[in-house]
Write a protein that binds this ligand. Sequence first.
Ligand code: NAD
Ligand code: ZN
Length: 349
Amino acid sequence: MKALVYHGPGQKAWEEIADPHVKEPTDAVVQVDTTTICGSDLHILKGDVPEVVDGLVLGHEAVGTIVELGTAVRNHKIGDRVVVSCMTFEGTCEYCRKGLTSKCQAVGGDSWQLGHWINGTQAEYVHTPLADLSLFKLPEGVSDAAAVMTSDIMSTGYEIGVVNGKVFPASSVVVIGAGPVGLCAMLTASLHGPAKVVAVDMDPNRLEVAQASFGATHGVNSADPDWKDQVKGIVGKDGADVVIEAVGIPVTLEAAWDLIKPGGYVANVGVHGKPVNLPIERLWTSNIVITTGLVNMVTGPMMLDLLAANKLNVDALATHNFKLDQFVDAYEVFGAAAKNQALKMILTR
Ligand code: NAD
Ligand code: ZN
C-alpha cells in the first residue's frame, strides 16, 4: 500500500510500504476512505515530537471500512464503516474506568498511539489495535468529511475546553485561538447555552468563520493593542466566566489571567512547549480553577450522534479536498493555512 511516511524533521514522502495485517485478536485493519491533517502532524514534521521515529506513517484521524478483524473483536464486523479515534484504549484499567482513557495502561499510559508510536491513518490502510473501543460506528446520514472531525478535534474542543471549563447556560466564554480545535470548542459550547462566545485570533478570516458558522457571538483580533479591553467591553469589566486557551503559546494562556472573572474556569487545550508565567501572588484570592488535559475521546460516539441528528454542523471546517496520492500538496496548503484560508484538508481514496 501507499502511505505518508515521516523521514525526520522536514522530510516526508507518499511511498510504498508493506500492507498491514491483524496481529492480535483485538485488532482490526481499516481501509482509509477519508483522512485529514492535524496541527500536531506539523509539529512532528518540525521535529517538536522527537519520539516519532523515521519510517513512521503519520496521522491519527480517519473514516474507513473494516477489511480485517481479530477474532476477539465483538463490537464490529468486516465491512462496517467506522471512525478511527485518535486515541487507542482498552477500557478496563484504573484510568479508563475513571474516563481518563488517554492514560490507558494497556497501551503503556499514552493512548495517542496512531501516527505517534505506531503507524497512523495517512495511508491506504491502517492497523488499529484495541478495535472494540477505538473505532466508532459511523451512523447513517453523516458524511465522511463531517465524521472525520470526530476522530479528534470535536471531542478535544468539547472535553478539554467546554466540559473542563464548566460552560453553563448564560456563561460568558472567551476562546483564544480560532483554529479547528478552538472552532470546535465554540461550536460545542453551544450545547450548553452560553450567552456570549468571544472568538479571539489574529487571523481576520478565522474570526469571520467563527461568527458565521461556529456560534461565536463576537470576534476580537488579538493583533489590536487594546484587545483585552475589547474583550472586557463584551463580557464585562470583571472578565469572562470561562476562558478556553486553544493556541499553545505562553502569551495566550497568560492572557487568561487578565480575562478570567473571579470564580471562573481557565481551560487549557493548547499543547505547550515552553513554561508559562503564573502570577499566583495576584490570582490566589480570585477563586479561579485552571484545568489541563489530553483528549480522552469518550465523547466521540456522542459527537457522531449529534452530527447525525443535525444538532451540530461542521461542514465549514472542510476547506480543501484532495485524493490520497496528493498528500504532499495537501501538507503544503495546510502548512500555509492563513494564506490559503485553510482549516481542514479532506483527503479521500
Ligand atoms: P491551529 O494552529 O490551527 O490554531 C491555532 C490558532 O491560534 C490559529 O488560528 C492562530 O492564528 C491562532 N493564534 C496564534 N497566535 C495567537 C495569538 N497570539 N492570539 C490569538 N490567536 C493566536 O491549531 P488547532 O489545530 O486548532 O489546535 C489548537 C491547539 O490545540 C494546538 O496547540 C494543538 O496542539 C492543541 N491540541 C490539543 C489537544 C489536547 O488533547 N489537549 C488535542 C489536539 C490539539
Ligand atoms: Zn490531532
